[in-house]
Design a protein around this ligand. Structure first.
Ligand code: NG1
Ligand code: ZN
Length: 532
């Protein structure tokens, strides 16, 4: 039953009446102080979404990823473990901004009418949260909303974001021909670790991988994962795993720190030959790094992971004799020009460029038989189409080499979390490839050399006046600005620069790359001046 008076009467008042909420690329995200009222409404939205989809289970994840510890956020997960369908983001925003019980009920009724929702359909919702101190309170607010909406719900407790996506998909596919796995944390570890063991079978183990967990949820979960795999097969050293001391989450560590600062966290003493990687606060992003003999820091970011995965999978389908399967890569404008050049000119794989935001990459990747997608910041995964999965599953080997390639491909389809980018799964993917090839980070890094690049944040009075086209690579408004940028870029060798409004911060981002560091900095600075 669906009782709008319960929804109205239990409403959690807005913490700050003037605050305007927006469901953006990362769901709702802000200082945790203003999110209690939002959790209540997100719960109601999740219930409506479930009812609309005949009672399919919807996921709710409470996290603010790489943001500072005092922030929090929430996002919805659709039945196949994907991000909430875009057309529903506007409902999320409308609900969140409803200031009193009556206007809330009005928005709820609009959503029901517009989507012809049968309110008698049961609603099923599962939820989880990260290590932030504000989570327990926000969970209570969410639960009040779930109760008011009459939803059946399960609290999955502390989880990484990709684990929740995995669980949602498992629950909704249980008992079908494309059952995704056991809908438990245990099931997640078992699926990934058995796939990893199969993928590296017969190959010597690599040296220890040092994993910076950003003092977040990735730490206890990675530790738990290692219990499911022998240290003869994989050796990881968990670093930055303090999830109890206040203020430590993402502080001077984690994937975002490493990518934006282009250096290792000070808490890691890294010497030549060491292999390191960093997760972000909710363990859906990963970047790898090492230092050379002369002490130079080298980053292996999302672009490098995409290149490695595309190379490996393209060669495996050749070896397996099933090269009707075509590999494609999806990037955003933030991908380093050298990586795009490597993919298109060296690997000869098709590359598409889409707007920032995982949902855009994910949908584009679904168009390929095997779609590799990564944001430069380390968020990404690999999608296998139903046809490709079927071909791999039914392929018959004529030689031992073919058999080996088919086995490895099949293992990869289980190893890779196909719902969303997943630091633990991506870490295992990279380790499986490097183990298979017996490659060091240096060897992986040799594919191409990044062009020097610079990302600058410019605070402007109104970022919404910056409108883009061509996957955010060109401005259409303010009029004339793009022509000025083009004129500047033309003066630099290998120059490229673009400007877009951030979807997660109140600022405009300027990206620039060029042949040398000095030229890059100069170009970024001059474009930023045009914007300001
Ligand atoms: P915005 O703030 O829209 O640039 C940032 C990242 C995205 C993505 C989202 C979180 C950059 C340049 N942008 O988006 O890649 O991770 O946050 O969903 O890193
Ligand atoms: Zn994240």
């Amino acid at each position: 039953t669906f009782d709008t008076s319960a929804i109205k009467n239990n409403i959690i008042a807005h913490e700050k009446s003037e605050f305007v909420y927006t469901y953006g690329t990362a769901g709702f995200r802000s200082n945790a102080d203003v999110l209690g009222s939002v959790m209540y409404k997100v719960a109601i939205l999740a219930a409506l979404r479930s009812k609309k989809l005949n009672g399919a289970t919807i996921g709710v994840m409470i996290t603010a990823s790489h943001n500072p510890e005092e922030d929090n956020g929430v996002k919805l997960v659709d039945p196949r473990g994907e991000m909430l369908e875009q057309s529903w983001e506007v409902y999320a925003t409308k609900l969140a901004n409803a200031k009193d019980g009556d206007s809330l009920v009005q928005v709820v009724q609009d959503v029901i009418a517009q989507n012809k929702i049968d309110v008698e359909t049961p609603a099923n919702v599962i939820y989880a949260y990260d290590t932030r101190p504000s989570c327990p309170h926000l969970v209570k607010c969410l639960e009040l909303g779930l109760k008011a909406a009459g939803a059946q719900s399960t609290n999955f407790g502390l989880k990484t974001t990709p684990m929740l996506h995995y669980l949602v998909r498992c629950i909704n596919t249980a008992g079908t021909s494309d059952a995704y796995g056991e809908p438990t944390e245990e099931g997640y570890y078992t699926k990934l670790t058995s796939a990893f063991s199969a993928a590296v079978k017969g190959k010597p183990r690599l040296s220890t991988l040092h994993v910076d967990c950003a003092n977040g949820v990735g730490a206890p979960k990675l530790r738990e994962m290692t219990k499911h795999i022998s240290s003869d097969v994989l050796s990881v050293d968990v670093v930055n795993e303090d999830i109890t001391t206040l203020g430590q989450l993402n502080k001077n560590c984690g994937a975002d720190y490493v990518k934006t600062q282009q250096r290792a966290p000070p808490s890691i003493s890294i010497k030549a030959g060491d292999r390191c990687c960093s997760f972000d606060g909710d363990a859906d992003r990963i970047v790898f790094y090492y230092v050379t003999e002369d002490g130079t820091f080298r980053l292996l970011d999302g672009d490098k992971i995409a290149g490695l995965a595309a190379l490996f999978i393209a060669e495996l389908v050749q070896e397996a004799g099933i090269d009707s399967i075509k590999v494609g890569v999806v990037q955003t404008a933030y991908a380093n020009g050298s990586s795009t050049n490597y993919l298109t000119k060296v690997l000869n794989v098709p590359v598409s460029c889409v707007s920032t935001g995982v949902k855009h990459l994910h949908h584009e990747a679904e168009k390929y038989d095997v779609g590799v997608y990564f944001e430069a910041n380390g968020h990404g995964t690999v999608l296998f189409s139903p046809d490709a999965l079927n071909i791999i599953k039914t392929a018959e080997a004529k030689t031992p080499a073919q058999k080996q390639a088919i086995t490895q491909l099949a293992a990869l389809t289980d190893l890779i979390n196909q719902t969303v980018g997943d630091a633990i799964s991506d870490m295992l993917l990279v380790e499986a490839i490097l183990t298979s090839r017996q490659w060091s980070f240096e060897e992986w890094d040799q594919a191409y050399t990044d062009l020097p690049n610079r990302l600058v944040k410019v605070v402007v009075s109104d970022r919404h006046i910056f409108k883009t086209t061509n996957a955010e690579r060109q401005l259409v408004e303010p009029a004339g600005l793009q022509a000025e940028i083009d004129a500047l870029v033309a003066k630099y060798s290998n120059g490229r620069s673009f400007v877009r409004a951030s979807g997660t911060e109140d600022a405009v981002r300027v990206y620039a790359e060029a042949a040398t560091r000095a030229e890059t900095d100069d170009l970024a600075f001059k474009v930023a001046q045009l914007v300001y």
